[in-house]
Design a protein around this ligand. Sequence first.
Ligand code: KIV
Ligand code: NA
Length: 266
Amino acid sequence: SKKVRIHHFKEMKQRGEKITMLTAYDYPTAKAFDAAGVDMLLVGDSLGDNMLGYDSTVPLTLDEMIPFARAVSRAAERAFVVADLPFGTYEISPEQAVESSIRMMKLSGAQAIKFEGGRRIARQVKAVTDAGIPFCGHLGFTPQSENALGGRRIQGRGEQGLQDLVADALALQEAGAFAVVLEMVVAPAAAAVTKALDIPTIGIGAGPATDGQVLVWLDMAGVGEWHPRFSRQFGAVGAEMTGAAAGYVQAVKDVEFPAAEHTFDS
Ligand code: KIV
Ligand code: NA
């Protein structure tokens, strides 16, 4: 099927077709999700905590992300690949953001860049999009600022919360963003942002009104211990993997594997 391109997202918003996004960090997983028809694959900096065992996304570096982002880009035949910039690689200046984005684009093969924040990083977003790089925003709960936000807290509450979120989203659109992720935002605020923007919103814990949805794949597929309220387990991949490995261990211990059909006799 045809490659998903940047202009398709606005068209999908206009005709009311929901956009699907999942994180992916490696070749086989990205292949599976691409074949399933996922529109966008996100090489999120959730790589740090989900795949590398860090406490948060903060320690992850750009260089660490590159091999993972490359693997996902190689696997994606149809899906549009977005790569996160990790903490510390864009905040300082528009120049730093452009340099990091160019490095990620060149070395990863991704089609777009995402990083966190609204009005406070609007100059960076403008510089990145002026350099010809598609940019996806990320508002609401922004994990890289977890320490400043006082933990994993729901965003967009109250009239002020809603107005701040809309102002940040409009600033990103104005700066050239093609989409905005809304993370852990109360549903009325997510709906207001979705209505205020021409570009699509992609929600995670932001209710049903957003133009698309994104989940961290391990949460969605039932890998690991963490089951956030806003996710659903569409599979039990963790239990399936443990079962496969346990079956293998048992068969080898019992000298039942390898059998004749797995063996080269001469
Ligand atoms: O890194 C990530 O997985 C993300 C999603 C939660 C949107 O940014
Ligand atoms: Na992220």
